[in-house]
Design a protein around this ligand. Structure first.
Ligand SMILES: *Cc1c(COP(=O)(O)O)cnc(C)c1O
Length: 403
């Protein structure tokens, strides 16, 4: 590339400002939107006295989640990390196992593996989806792993590789069909970290339906929030029952007796949070419409700018565009921090991608494949403001769909 494609940080800020023209002072990266029946449902909780681990909203929220995602069952829990931990446990992950996860992910993916006593094993990414590169992983496993009595085993550590966690980066679905193929070939259980992809579809099927179990998050910065919260999705009734049991202290239902039949967890979502979630889910349609409209505005604004690319959904997917991302060309990567400085100084909140898991001190000695693409992406990604509200048409008081 020639020097003509060198980007200018002040130009990037100016382009962002034109897209975010409604904003005068500061624009945050992602903020929630409470434009529905949130107050009504939360007040109803307070009035009824059911704010905690018993109450009708938890069941309602689980049912709405199942309906929306097309998964047969959803078990609501306290956060996305605990949802992942339960997914992994039900997938059969045991202490001393290894679990393949992307190096490019939020720390919760790796932490959840460790909470099971297992070891994260890092996989590389590909450019089309920002998710795990299935072909590269298959080549790597051919070298590194062997099937011993049907169990995928790491040749160099001798440990079983039990599961593969795919993560749908910023809401963009990973190559699920190819990744499923790798799982079949090596006897791995597929778990989806779908924390970022509520409202994202892989070939018209909602993400979270490909893994044996999948985790959602309803943290304050996700597309739908319950304050804090998460859910385990599954199409397997036995798994759903076990998820509910484990997250409710493994207590056997009884009118008065406290009988627990294994070490369970107090991970049940409180009714108060589920009430918020019910109101939020009712707004999925406008949330998605606005987020996709904002992404389209960004795409157009950066279309003709050399040296930087607005990341768009892979051709096989329909993404929720949870968190919008710019990707600098390799030659512009050294300008990343200058762009972060200039945008943040101008009141536009931006941030880099996560530091790769493989570089964090507690995971430094974990096994990994060649991570060239993830290392490269880590230096080039910039996340830009993505709140649903920003995607409302300009000059439309009350928005495109005043609710
Ligand atoms: C948000 C998120 C989670 C879960 O986070 P919680 O804050 O525990 O709800 C897990 N994985 C990824 C990739 C996430 O973005």
């Amino acid at each position: 590339m020639s020097y003509h494609s060198k980007v200018s940080p002040t130009d990037i800020t100016a382009i962002l400002k034109t897209v975010l023209h409604k904003e005068t002072d500061s624009v945050s990266l992602h903020e929630p939107c409470f434009a529905g029946r949130e107050w009504d449902y939360v007040k109803d909780c307070l009035d009824s006295g059911y704010v905690s681990s018993v109450g009708a909203y938890v069941g309602k929220f689980e049912q709405k989640l199942a309906e929306f995602t097309g998964a047969k069952y959803a078990a609501a829990v306290v956060n996305g990390t605990s949802a992942l931990q339960i997914c992994l446990k039900l997938a059969g992950v045991q202490a001393g196992d290894e679990v393949l996860i992307p190096a490019l992910t939020f720390v919760a993916t790796a932490n959840a593996v460790c909470y099971c006593g297992a070891v994260p094993h890092f996989a590389d990414s590909e450019m089309e989806s920002l998710g795990i590169d299935a072909e590269k992983l298959a080549d790597y496993l051919k070298q590194t792993a062997e099937l011993k009595n049907g169990v995928c085993t790491n040749r160099s550590t001798g440990r079983p590789i039990r599961a593969l966690v795919v993560m749908h980066t910023f809401g963009h679905p990973a190559r699920l069909d190819l990744l499923l193929q790798v799982c079949r070939q090596y006897g791995l259980v597929l778990v989806e970290d779908a924390a970022e992809s509520l409202g994202s579809y892989y070939q018209n099927i909602h993400t979270g339906n490909f893994g044996k179990l999948s985790a959602l998050s309803f943290n304050g910065n996700k597309i739908v929030t319950t304050g804090g919260g998460g859910a385990v999705l599954t199409n397997d009734e036995a798994m759903y029952r076990e998820a509910k049991h484990l997250t409710t202290t493994a207590k056997l239902p009884h009118r008065w007796a406290f009988w627990h039949d294994e070490i369970g967890y107090n991970y049940r979502m409180p009714n108060l949070n589920a009430a918020l979630g019910c109101a939020q889910l009712e707004q999925m349609e406008p949330f998605l419409r606005r987020k996709r409209a904002l992404a389209e505005q960004y795409r157009k604004a950066f279309e003709a700018v050399p040296g930087i690319q607005f990341f768009t959904e892979p051709p096989y997917a329909r993404s929720n565009y949870w968190l919008n991302a710019l990707i600098l060309s390799e030659e512009n990567a050294p300008l990343r921090d200058a762009i972060l400085e200039d945008t943040n100084d101008s009141g536009i909140q931006t941030r880099p991608a996560w530091v790769l898991m493989s570089r964090l001190p507690m995971f430094r000695n974990c096994p990994r494949m060649d991570l060239t693409v993830a290392q490269n992406l880590e230096k080039r990604i910039i996340n830009i403001p993505s709140s649903a509200r920003l995607g409302m048409p300009y000059d439309t008081p009350g928005g495109d769909d005043a609710t």
